[in-house]
Structure formats: structure tokens, C-alpha cells
Design a protein. Structure first.
Length: 71
């Protein structure tokens, strides 16, 4: 069994468009800096579990994800 921590920072270009058939209410682009952090628990060479936390430096909302990987 092995514990493999990871962390990353990346920039994402985000396009937001809110409109109706007659009016454009919002049309904007923004570059947001986001990050990911987590840990992979490798039980064997064929199976691991990953816990991942996604967050934004400009938005207080974040998500958490758990995945089971078979190789």
C-alpha cells in the first residue's frame, strides 16, 4: 500500500454567456486560477482510490471527488 499526495495550480479561461432570443444579458470572459489537491491510496498495481479537492482562488465554492481506479 502506498500514499501518493499531489497538488496543482492551473489557469482556466472561462466564458460566460447569458442571453435570451432577443437580449444578451451577460457576455464576458475571465481567467480564473484554480487548484487541485488530494491523495491517491494505491492498494496494488491494479487498484487505487483517489480523493480529490477542486477549488478556486477567486470563488469560495469547492468540490470533492472520490474515484476508484482499475489499471
Amino acid at each position: 500500500m502506498a500514499l501518493i499526495p499531489f497538488f496543482g495550480i492551473y489557469a482556466a479561461n472561462q466564458w460566460i454567456n447569458v442571453s435570451t432570443t432577443r437580449n444578451t444579458l451577460l457576455d464576458a470572459t475571465d481567467t480564473g486560477f484554480n487548484g487541485q489537491g488530494g491523495i491517491e491510496v494505491a492498494f496494488s498495481q491494479q487498484m487505487s482510490i483517489i480523493g480529490l479537492w477542486n477549488f478556486s482562488f477567486s470563488n469560495p465554492l469547492s468540490t470533492f471527488q472520490i474515484s476508484l481506479n482499475f489499471r
